[in-house]
Design a protein around this ligand. Structure first.
Ligand code: PLP
Length: 419
């Protein structure tokens, strides 16, 4: 459920008509709805009411400070995967004791940063990372709180690029190796073993893979406890899917009920790392039609491109396209493409759409997750503005980049400059 609706044929975000924002901010821009973000966060977090839990929002899905702050105000923590995300989370006011740090390739500097910030736990993904963390913690005379990300070898039945919990994926430690690694870690002077983690993939539309992995984790926690290793945090990762088109993912409450049932008998705080399910349908990308081309195929050339929204090019992902002024009856089958010099630069392919004309505005729906955060400057295109609506008002929460931003940090060596 989201707050993007037509009023008198004009697409609104909450109470704000989109053409008004486009006039003042220019296009393209990402747009987010506070009411939708709040509703989704509460629906997800509320689904775990009754058991000790922390909802650590996956910063990678949408990392704007204002949005992180909104979740922090509702008691949210953060799941981070880089020093940059840690910086953002702290700047947004997220309590370090509600931050978990995942990722297969944390550098020594990043481990140090996390330790100095006093985060809740490192989700360690390899034995070598454990050794590095022990060294860094020793050098700081501190103790690192550790959970290992174990790979439960469960098929999440999602796109191969966002499937992470299979034995052949690069993530985590095989359960078969994990018990030995836990025992070694428990004996290390600067490591405090406290949790077990997993994250099996993204955009899951069935509950069974989550329950299957939690079941495996539960058995594993039992084995650890038998060998005297106490586990106080169980981190189930993120991954709950959303509706982009035809998908029918479970409601967060159904997901929460199934997880709570499987957690019975486990005396651990549950950590969850949702991203997409909270922000996906709360954000859209608004673009303007530049030109149309008719021929063997029809093309609608817009001012947004694969650098602004990578998901269609990267995963062949579907984003519904809605006209901002919704009264055009005539339809056409067309590709929606951007100005980038790549045939792979498309936002939609062979879709039935309103017969858009130059200067029409269109909305790429469900673009709140992995939209702006995956954007780049490819083709030297400044990254677009981000706007947050709240009721009948809105704020630019990230300015559109300028040409100066594009070259900030670059320089021409003296020897190349002719006198
Ligand atoms: C470790 C980890 N946690 C959480 C997430 C968030 O996943 P989603 O946005 O599907 O909820 C991801 C995404 O890939 C991840 O890698």
């Amino acid at each position: 459920m989201h707050y993007y609706t037509y009023k008198n044929d004009i697409l609104h975000c909450e109470d704000v008509p989109l053409p008004e924002i486009a006039r003042n901010v220019g296009t393209p821009f990402y747009l987010y709805s506070t009411a939708t973000l709040t509703r989704h966060f509460k629906a997800f977090d509320g689904a775990f009411e009754g058991i000790p839990h922390i909802t650590c929002f996956a910063v990678k899905s949408c990392s704007n400070l204002a949005i992180l702050r909104l979740f922090a105000n509702m008691g949210g923590g953060a799941d981070i995967v880089s020093g940059g995300e840690l910086f953002r989370a702290l700047e947004a006011g997220i309590d370090p004791k509600r931050i978990v740090y995942s990722g297969v390739g944390k550098t020594e500097e990043e481990l140090r940063y996390g330790l100095q910030a006093g985060i809740l736990q490192f989700n360690v993904e390899s034995e070598q990372e454990l050794f590095k963390l022990q060294d860094v913690a020793a050098s700081l005379k501190s103790v690192a709180p550790v959970s290992f990300r174990v790979n439960p070898d469960v098929d999440p039945k999602t796109h191969a690029y966002i499937s992470t919990g299979l034995a052949q994926n690069k993530f985590g430690i095989a359960i078969a190796d994990a018990e030995r690694i836990y025992r070694n870690a428990a004996a290390m002077p600067n490591i405090h073993v406290q949790g077990v983690s997993c994250h099996i993939g993204s955009q899951l539309t069935k509950i069974s893979p989550f329950v299957e992995s939690l079941h495996k984790l539960k058995l594993f926690v039992g084995c650890l406890q038998e060998s005297g290793i106490e586990i106080s945090y169980l981190d189930l990762g993120g991954g709950l899917g959303i509706t982009y088109g035809e998908e029918e993912p479970p409601h967060p409450q159904t997901y929460g009920d199934a997880i709570k049932k499987e957690m019975e008998g486990l005396h651990c705080t549950l950590i969850l790392e949702p991203g997409r399910v909270i922000v996906g349908n709360a954000g859209i990308l608004v673009a303007k039609v530049l030109y149309t081309k008719a021929g063997v195929k029809n093309f609608i050339v817009v001012d947004a491109a694969m650098n602004d929204l990578a998901r269609p090019s990267l995963y062949n992902a579907y984003h519904a396209i809605q006209p901002v002024i919704g009264n055009r009856q005539e339809k056409m089958i067309a590709d929606v493409v951007g100005p980038i010099c790549e045939t792979g630069d498309f936002l939609a392919k062979d879709k039935e759409l309103p017969a858009f004309q130059p200067n029409d505005l269109l909305a790429l729906m469900s673009a709140g997750a992995y939209g702006f955060t995956m954007s780049s400057n490819y083709n030297s295109r400044p990254r677009v503005a981000e706007v947050l609506v709240n009721g009948n008002g809105y704020h630019v929460i990230r300015q559109r980049e300028t040409h100066e931003h594009l070259i900030a940090g670059e320089s021409i060596p003296e020897y190349l400059i002719e006198s």
